[in-house]
Write a protein that binds this ligand. Structure first.
Ligand code: ZN
Length: 141
């Protein structure tokens, strides 16, 4: 008998996305170059560079918060330009732990997270927040 219990979730649950770009001392220059190149092409909310692990992240990284409409250009751009870096792309819904661990995708080598540092649920999904980049190049260049 087919399993009839499957009830799909709607992508409308996704309020925004994050991309977390991880780096080590050896790849920090790649990560900072990617950060600058990204900021010149995409209207996003770029987080500051965390040299020390923060939250569920066990390596140095910076965060990119972006609107769902940008997924189809920003994620392929990261695919082609990650230059060996590991990048976690996750949706933001009201289930933060699941967003990071079960419903995410990795570009490059996946890294371990500390999911216990994330709440299983929260009342409101994280929005992308105010854009803080001022692109001067088209995304496709
Ligand atoms: Zn995140």
């Amino acid at each position: 008998m087919p399993d009839t219990s499957f009830s799909p979730r709607s992508v409308d649950e996704i309020a925004s996305y994050h991309a977390h770009v991880y780096f080590s001392p050896a790849t920090a220059s790649h990560a900072l170059a990617l950060r600058t190149a990204l900021a010149r092409r995409f209207s996003v909310r770029l987080g500051r560079v965390h040299e020390a692990p923060v939250g569920p992240h066990r390596a140095s990284m910076f965060q990119v918060a972006f609107e769902t409409a940008l997924f189809a250009t920003l994620v392929p751009w990261l695919m082609l330009n990650r230059n060996g870096l590991s990048i976690l792309v996750h949706p933001n819904t009201t289930h933060p732990r699941r967003d990071h661990v079960e419903d995410s995708l990795w570009l490059g080598t996946p890294l371990a997270l500390l999911p216990e540092r994330l709440p299983e649920t929260q009342e409101h999904a994280d929005m992308a927040g105010p854009v803080n980049t001022t692109p001067d190049l088209p995304p496709v260049s």
